[in-house]
Design a protein around this ligand. Sequence first.
Ligand code: GLN
Length: 317
Amino acid sequence: MSLVDHPGRQHVHIDHAAILRQIHAEVAPLVGQGKVAAYIPRLADVPANRFGMAVATLDGRLFEVGDAAEPFSIQSISKVFSLTLALEALGPDLWKRVGREPSGSAFNSLVQLESEKGIPRNPLINAGAHVVADVVLSSNRNAREHLLAFVRERADNPGVIMDAEVAGSERDTGFRNAALANFVRSFGNLDNPVEQVLDFYFHQCALQMSCADLARAFVYLANRGRCQRSGKSVISAGLAKRINALMLTCGTYDAAGEFAFRVGFPAKSGVGGGIVAIVPNVLTVAVWSPALDDKGNSLAGAAALERFAALTGLSIF
Ligand code: GLN
């Protein structure tokens, strides 16, 4: 049992280990339902029957169930790390180049870019992540190393890698990302060559992390921008709040409304089947199951988070 200081309520006792075991059993029939992302050929080989979940609390404890220690391709979850670095580098000027509204379209859609003159709707769709990648590239001599060091430090795991095969596999088939980045560049909203922006973007997407890594790595967003271990500021509390807001409204693609309705946590998903969610001032929770629903979110993972919100009573609403 643990004592959680739950905002707005008195202390709430939550037995995370028991809750994770219960969720693991409850979602077992859903694991493998849906489709593993195949448009990145290297991801198509990942077995659909995996399920892992991890919770990191702000008092430094970690709870795990299932395949929580198995590294997987975090894909779009990486957009939150890059956004953190870009906001640190550019501050509010970033918002001149990328919006803060949900797109209501698929994460890799081209349609809004034409009428909105190359300003992507938000930093968590692909075109927005290309602009963010461009900012990180412009502000670091070795952007890839900088991002990797940041993620390793956040996860407290020097073993985190970017899988070159996954990045290469996406580069070889990334025609839509190339179209998006070229289109954005045609409006003057990328400073670096498209190939460099995409190379950085594909490598950030190819970060391999486990649920345990992800739960630890995102604690700064639950902890008002501070590292839980050192107490040091990673970003300001104000920026942590903003990133959480963007995750809630834009973090699960065009299913963000449905996700807020069902789950009620700021969250970011990736087509590798991972989803990370933030409970501000309380904990982070990461889940992984590779088979996706038709919006590209982990089917069993979303169900697990819905149960987690219900069983803990920690929805932000
Ligand atoms: N690398 C993937 C892509 O650009 C990331 C998409 C995702 O996880 N939603 O298509």
